[in-house]
Design a protein around this ligand. Sequence first.
Ligand code: AMP
Ligand code: MG
Length: 489
Amino acid sequence: MNSVTHAPLAFDAGLRWQTGYARLGENFFTELPPQPLLDPYWVARSASVASLLGLDDEALSHPDLLEALSGNQPLAGSQPISTVYSGHQFGVWAGQLGDGRALLLGETEEGWEIQLKGSGRTPYSRMGDGRAVLRSSIREFLCSEAMHGLGIPTTRALCVTGSDSPVRREVMETAAVVTRVAPSFIRFGHFEHFASQGDYESLRHLADYVISRYYPNCLGKEQPYAALLQEVSQRTAVLLAHWQAIGFCHGVMNTDNMSILGLTLDYGPFQFLDAYQPAHICNHSDTQGRYAFNRQPSVAYWNLHCLAEALLPLINDQDAALAALEPFKQDFSEALLANLGAKLGLQSPTHEDRLLIDAALQLLAREGTDYTIFWRRLSHCIADNDHRSVRDLFIDPAGINDWLTTYQRRLEKEDHARVTSLMLRTNPKFVLRNYLGEAAIRQASQGDYSSVAQLLQVLENPYDEHPSLEHMAGFPPDWASSIEISCSS
Ligand code: AMP
Ligand code: MG
């Protein structure tokens, strides 16, 4: 007798959906269900992302939600699709890529796209297995929420679910799924895809969708597509100014990892700097240093040129396209000056202040001083009018003494309380250092998720003191510099 298999019942989490990306039509995606994940368990959850989606505590701990977000049960009202895009990887045209292991479940009425990452093979998986491992999923989850806590534009992460299912990377690891949330996961690469195919009708359809949904003020412009390019360029400049000021290295700034909304997207071999080394390369696979920390702004500009080239058939005017990118350098410099100035407690830093900032960065680079600790200590030193803990960070006292004298003189023009309050809300006490992530991942792979939860707690509010979790704010241990993070995830 034939056995009858029933489709699993859909779980109704109470989410209300609208047709977003899916309305673009068939050549933009493939509809397919996630692949089941054996015996899933919760690894990490973010209550703050849940509340964005209107999910209460009960929904967030519901066993059916665990099944739904692991791909074992449909989520009522969702319409899972994987989208097609292309891109330039490490400066070279890579052709068609696409969501090789991600599925967009849909978009909520409030405008949040919900995406599973690691949910199995798709038509765009190429040689990949469609899976993500626990290690990289925890890193993506924590860093998404860390960036948000720092006030840096980013995709968000609702949760990580894990399974004992083996996944082969350099060694055998286990599978996990991250549920990501963002207004849109559209990448530069989506535009490059249709442009490279000469499918200008789809290209226009995509651009019109992005403008109407996310950049409506471009609609009234004489050149709406050039205006779109200019706005994306502005947002990207602002994003890069955040990364450079906080000491964040993305690691894989391929055009398929660039968000059309200027969000930090696709967390792989990223790193927050420990020692300040401007040419630091965080991605072990990046042998040429293309994505070194100090090259990120120019790589972003290069990527924007790829986007410009993709949009050129719509803009239809090379000069207009180039003009749209022209403000990038100034936008970036101004945003960076504002961000670095704020680190010094200066609300309106001048170009002269830039010299003071550069002098500090040179001192940090010369000795490889810890970037996060320097700025946090400086904030406290100014608040307490006691410079010792900053001086202690340097072997050579002369440079820092001179710098502190100049800086103090500059601060005489400012209101002390405002300076210290700005510094303490600009210079975080906690960042997701590689070694903190590694230690939490080691525990998690033994089934203990407490450090992941503790890290989430401090990273959600990284400017607060969290006295009981002080150990997460210290210097990295010696082994931190031997951690090698590659593209493998
Ligand atoms: P990434 O380097 O993570 O940005 O990924 C680049 C491309 O490879 C994207 O198209 C991904 O979807 C795809 N990809 C990465 N890892 C996998 C995997 N394990 N299975 C399928 N596709 C993958
Ligand atoms: Mg990617």
